[in-house]
Write a protein that binds this ligand. Sequence first.
Ligand code: JHZ
Length: 419
Amino acid sequence: MNSSKKEVRKIKSCRICGSKELIDVINLGNQPTPNGFLKKKDLSKKEKKYPLAVSFCTNCSLMQLKYLVDPKIMFKNYLYIPSSSKTRLEHFRNLAETVRKLVKLDQNSLVIDIGSNDGSLLLCFKNLGTKILGIDPAENLVKVANLNGVETVKGYFNLNLSKKVRQKYKRAKAILATNVIAHIQNLHEVILGAEALMEDDAIFVMQFPYLLDLIEKNLFDTIYHEHLSYFSLKSLMYLAKDSKLEIFNIEKNDLDGGSIRVYWKKKINKKQKLNEKTIKSILDTEEKYGLYNKKTYSNFAKRVEKLKTDTLVRLKGLKRKKKNIVGYGAAAKANVLINYFGINNRTIDYMVDSTPYKQGLFTPGSHIPIYSEDRIYETKPDYVLIFAWNFSKEIIEKNKRYQKEGGKFILVEPNFQLI
Ligand code: JHZ
């Protein structure tokens, strides 16, 4: 079943710079939303599918979804939680430590997390002894976070909500937004909202997967309905223009295939040093790589098409030899890859996932059942395809026994490989 007009709309201009010069990059077809896991009783019902395609703004170089799905459909009841991975939790602890040092947090400082999910990141700040507050639109997760002792306001972050929060609580010493900025339609409001909520010497820290890594490593499966924007630094510089905030530093890290962390401050705040050298060097690297050229994007689309063909040939080969294959990590990106490649529950017998909320459900589109991780040792499949490739190290490490007993892992990106 395809979506109704109200639930999805086509963009007309770039969300950062307003340019209408948008070129098509890749079309991943009509797909269900990537976290739209199904209960058994819903498997016979027609699933809603929405177009999944991205465009590239030739002016500011923001890659962005061509069609936007109503956020209520995706975020009201949300099944993804960051606490299902040790690697991510460790990353959160380091982030909290970095922020504490930068702004000298104490017991009176307020730290606000936008898209705070189950409160995992804020708990790291609570352990450091600061005041914390979450903001998240997912009804189910707001309940979980509050139960975890993380006070959380239910809502989508914008200027209006930010003013309400400022009135009820106070201004923050640090605002965080990890893996959430890409989900928000009005980015200028995010900057205005953050500015309204920040103490004069506060910082605002964003982190998200980096466009250059996505293109270079063929990470096409991180393109999905929840991610409206795929940022280059150049596009962020456009976002910063005319605002009262400025980017004072950028750090790269390996999380989620390669992410960048962007540090913002008020222009009036002279306490934080402006790291112009790093900013310039990243902009130069983007230019040299060709991140602003149309050709880079058409080449990317060709490589993804080839990856699809190669992967299907290899998987069919294994199935012909009667090998059984299961999937590891019912991530959002798993569903994009599965649905774009046209893989089904005859190729992948089942998926395992550490998230309790996903176990017992079925993957959207492909209807593959999801179990807890132990099942691998009960059925001993020949191959385990790691869909959560960003955690392949953690997954392989904790499943050494599976490999010892003769099992093999498969990774698809950047190229199909057996481990
Ligand atoms: P993970 C989500 O994408 C959605 P997803 C969101 N839109 C976003 O931006 C990114 O995160 C960052 C499982 N797993 O974190 C847990 C195991 O089973 O890459 C998860 O379901 N065993 C907010 O869904 C999945 O894999 C393990 O040992 O692509 C990983 O999902 C580990 C480590 C993970 O996010």
